[in-house]
Design a protein around this ligand. Structure first.
Ligand SMILES: [Zn+2]
Length: 201
């Protein structure tokens, strides 16, 4: 793992290594890896995403070939089109067909293994291949988009030019930003600047 800078990320330019898992759904977290710039830049980064997303339990021996990057970016593009289409009431038939196709493969098979301390931990029956991992994300998109209650909680971030879509599961459905630390903070800074400029005028 590369050295991770300490301290809070700069609000307008999160560090390149940053992977986010705060959209509320696996498939939306994948879409978020394209913003604000490409996060899936290397097999190591994709492996970090797969582990961070919970698709692969920590400590799993997983070989990620370079070819997986293109496959995950392709699925990401289609899920992004489907979710964006849902919010804009614009069907995306080609994307739908592709996501459905990728969802047909069997996802990774989980199993519980007992540690030396006697507790059960989640593991995978076998090292998963690319189709199985893609299928897990594609199935999450299928589940999300076909559940009216969940679909109704889809929101696009109100931040300036922020394309991130998340599930608003907050009480009263009043979440406005993909992240209060990123877009929420940026908005607070902008509001403060406006007030300060007004006071000076
Ligand atoms: Zn945002």
């Amino acid at each position: 793992m590369a050295a991770v800078p300490t301290g809070p990320p700069h609000p307008s330019r999160p560090p390149l290594w940053e992977l986010r898992f705060d959209s509320g759904r696996l498939c939306l977290d994948l879409v978020a890896t394209a913003h604000p710039d490409e996060r899936l830049t290397s097999p190591e980064r994709l492996r970090a995403w797969l582990t961070g997303a919970g698709l692969v339990p920590p400590g799993t021996d997983l070989t990620v070939p370079h070819s997986w990057l293109a496959a995950f970016r392709e699925l990401r593009l289609h899920i992004g089109q489907l979710v964006g289409g849902e919010l804009a009431n614009r069907p995306a038939p080609a994307a739908l067909e592709r996501v459905n196709l990728l969802a047909r493969a069997a996802p990774p098979t989980p199993c519980a293994v007992r540690t030396a301390e006697g507790t059960l931990v989640r593991s995978l029956y076998a090292e998963p291949g690319c189709p199985a991992l893609l299928a897990a994300v594609a199935r999450d998109a299928v589940d999300l988009l076909t559940d009216p209650a969940v679909r109704g909680a889809l929101r696009q971030c109100e931040g300036d030019n922020c394309p991130i879509v998340y599930l608003d599961t907050s009480r009263g459905r009043r979440r406005r930003w993909c992240s209060s630390e990123v877009c929420g903070n940026r908005e607070r800074v902008a509001r403060h600047r406006r007030r300060a400029a007004l006071a000076r005028a």
